[in-house]
Design a protein around this ligand. Structure first.
Ligand code: NAD
Length: 316
């Protein structure tokens, strides 16, 4: 547990009062800079690659209004970045040895009460924090974002064996205060929630294309013009609740046996062979013949932001 006699934590409900350190500023780190600075936090950023840091800071500032851009402070050294930070978000390479080294370094330079959050997509924080003291393990937590976190709010939160409940709680309060949507896992499972759900759907999508049941564009349309429209408002359980007059209980009672039959028919051994990948690639290219990927990505992020803005006031 965090030491009882340590100084009081910052006011997690008031982002301008929270000083953040973004450690490693690649794809995810630079997006976190935008999310935190936009919410009012002072954001110190560091990356071992000076060019990467400069590019990330320039990119992040360009996304932000002037006042928020001024809150972004590039640091040449990790110690300067971590100094005085209340909340550190680590976004280094997805390798256990690299993460363990980063966590050892962080515990040497971070303030004793600071939270040490990792963006890891696949690793267990119990393993990442295995080389730091028990006291330091208490403040280590996974805060796994969806790419890019300044556009997509969900963050998967989970502790390890040594993490204190207070750490998970404080991380949830802070992430909520900066406009993210923390979701909690009670324990580590590979892929957490999001990538497990995604993997289940992608496996079946690839299988349907591989076996010639449908083309890539038609499978995608089933999501973008079908299931995905409702899923942008509510998840599978919320959809079940609204798809039967008697709600989720009636839905799962009535359709339970259909799901059981389909579940046993779903593919469970899908191979992404080079030939299949090439075929998928050709069909994807044909969907977007004259648009650059950069433009598509920007359009996707703009539209997701617009969708969120239209949805919020209409929430029931
Ligand atoms: N890209 C995604 O879609 C995504 C989504 C969610 C979470 N994540 C997670 O975020 C983390 C970062 O992923 P990314 O896609 O931003 O990777 P990236 O390769 O874009 O960035 C990694 C950064 O780490 C820096 N770095 C290299 N060695 C380092 C070291 N020893 N110490 C500190 N920094 C070092 C690099 O200079 C680079 O800027 C990973 O843990 C990944 O699993 C990625």
């Amino acid at each position: 547990m965090l030491a009882e006699d340590a100084p009081a934590p910052p006011d997690w409900g008031n982002p301008p009062a929270v000083r953040v350190a973004v450690v490693a500023t690649g794809t995810i780190g630079r997006s976190w800079i935008v999310a935190f600075a936009r919410a009012g936090c002072r954001v110190a950023a560091w990356d071992p690659n000076g060019n990467c840091l400069a590019d990330a800071v320039a990119w992040a500032r360009a996304q932000l209004p002037r006042a928020a851009a001024d809150r972004v402070i590039p640091c040449e050294r990790l110690a300067a970045c971590a100094a005085g930070a209340d909340y550190l978000q680590e976004n280094g390479p997805e390798r256990l040895d690299a993460k363990q080294a980063i966590y050892r370094a962080l515990t040497e330079v971070a303030a004793p009460r600071a939270l040490l959050a990792s963006s890891t997509s696949t690793l267990d924080i119990t393993d990442i924090s295995a080389l730091v003291s028990t006291e330091d393990q208490a403040r280590c937590v996974v805060a796994h974002p969806v790419n890019p976190p300044h556009v997509v709010p969900v963050v998967e939160l989970l502790g390890g064996r040594g993490t204190s409940a207070a750490t998970v709680e404080a991380a949830a309060r802070f992430l909520t205060a900066v406009g993210q949507r923390p979701v909690r896992l009670t324990r580590y499972v590979p892929g957490f929630l999001l990538n497990r759900l995604q993997a289940a759907l992608v496996r079946e999508a690839v299988h349907l294309v591989a076996t010639g049941v449908a083309r890539v564009d038609d499978v995608d349309a089933v999501i973008s013009d079908g299931l995905g429209l409702r899923w942008a408002l509510m998840g599978p359980f919320g959809v079940a609740n609204t798809n039967a007059d008697g709600g989720a209980r009636e839905y799962f009672t009535r359709y339970g046996s259909s799901f059981q039959r389909l579940w046993s028919d779903l593919a469970n051994d899908v191979r992404l062979t080079p030939d299949l990948i090439e075929r998928i690639g050709r069909e994807v290219d044909a969907m977007y013949p004259a648009v650059s990927r950069e433009r598509l990505r920007a359009w996707r992020d703009e539209m997701v932001t617009a969708l969120r803005q239209t949805r919020t006031p209409a929430d029931p």
